[in-house]
Ligand binder design. Structure first.
Ligand SMILES: CC(C)(COP(=O)(O)OP(=O)(O)OC[C@H]1O[C@@H](n2cnc3c(N)ncnc32)[C@H](O)[C@@H]1OP(=O)(O)O)[C@@H](O)C(=O)NCCC(=O)NCCS
Length: 147
């Protein structure tokens, strides 16, 4: 199995949009993705490729001093193969090359699989954001110190 990570391109937008809707029931939206990739120097998006097929995605805003993960997914058939970690490590590496102090993200407090992965990557739980999601579930704000 050949796994690689590359920057997201305009022709990946429909893949990300459709899969975000399937997995999360909502998406950043095609026009936001388009504008970010074209015009936002702070945005950084990656696509994971497995055997020449798109398998996952991470989106981030490398704002200074605090950068943010916007979203992350790996298609179900490719999970458990460290692709999520590889995608996250691309963003962490990019943060380390800039003057970024911390990387933050929100994760559903019931998403044990993702929380464990983020902890393995050096994130800790900062606090809870009550009723963060549309269905009123709580999110955990997680932080990784970079600097
Ligand atoms: C969260 C997600 C991106 C992880 O991607 P992934 O490629 O499967 O993750 P990895 O293979 O890098 O595994 C990361 C860790 O998850 C845990 N994990 C892996 N397989 C697991 C399983 N079957 N059950 C429970 N935990 C598991 C392990 O801790 C693993 O690390 P380890 O193998 O070093 O022990 C993926 O599950 C996903 O897309 N989920 C749906 C969307 C989502 O929840 N996104 C996060 C939004 S904040």
């Amino acid at each position: 199995m050949d796994i690689s990570i590359r920057k997201m391109k305009l022709n990946d937008i429909s893949f990300v949009y459709k899969e975000e809707l399937k997995i999360f029931g909502k998406s950043l939206g095609e026009s936001t993705l388009f504008k970010d990739i074209m015009y936002n120097d702070m945005s950084l998006y990656f696509i994971a490729i497995v055997d020449e097929k798109r398998a996952g995605y991470v989106g981030s805003w490398l704002t200074i001093p605090n950068a943010e993960i916007l979203n992350l997914f790996v298609l179900e058939q490719y999970r458990g193969k460290k692709i999520g970690k590889k995608l996250m490590n691309e963003v962490i590496d990019a943060c380390q090359k800039k003057n970024i102090e911390m990387l933050t993200l929100e994760v559903n407090e019931n998403n044990n699989y993702a929380i464990k992965m983020y902890e393995d990557l050096g994130f800790y739980v900062s606090h809870k954001r009550k009723k963060y999601y549309d269905n009123k579930e709580d999110a955990l704000l997680m932080i990784k110190e970079i600097g």
